[in-house]
Design a protein around this ligand. Structure first.
Ligand SMILES: [Zn+2]
Ligand SMILES: [Zn+2]
Length: 143
């Protein structure tokens, strides 16, 4: 589902730019309380594996949001840059950072049980609750 061409993106002020060779074309939404607190709404992200490089790294702030993950942001403009699983160094990047949205498919939604009632996406996607997500991907991270 991923390709080996380099995909580029940046934050709003362009102090941080991103390149990755491993971006999935499958977009996921996370409705968890933390993501909505972080970004004001659902977090729309693509998985980029561990091969992500940054220019302007000195402008990146990192918040330790849980024992197993951290969240990066641009210290100049506040754009969110990544959610990173520390254990296996997996990056989930906000899809809006990337300049080209061609070929992207909105494929799944997680923490559907934490999604508030006042919105829902019309796309047909695979949906998982937080418990289902933890059971499938990270049984040891159950909280
Ligand atoms: Zn910025
Ligand atoms: Zn989340």
């Amino acid at each position: 589902m991923s390709n080996l061409s380099v995909v580029k993106g940046s934050c709003l002020c362009r102090a941080v730019s991103i390149s990755t060779t491993n971006m999935s074309n499958l977009v996921g939404a996370c409705h968890c309380n933390m993501c909505r607190k972080w970004g004001g709404g659902a977090f729309l992200a693509v998985e980029c594996g561990s091969d992500v490089s940054f220019e302007g790294e000195e402008n990146i702030g990192v918040y330790q949001s849980s024992e197993w993950a951290e969240r990066g942001f641009c210290q100049k403009c506040g754009s969110h840059l990544f959610y990173r699983l520390k254990q296996n160094n997996q990056y989930f990047m906000p899809v809006g950072l990337f300049d080209n949205s061609e070929g992207l498919i909105f494929e799944h939604q997680v923490f559907i049980d934490e999604k508030p009632e006042y919105y829902s996406f019309a796309n047909e996607t695979k949906n998982m609750t937080g418990a289902e997500l933890f059971a499938q991907f990270a049984p040891t991270l159950e909280n």
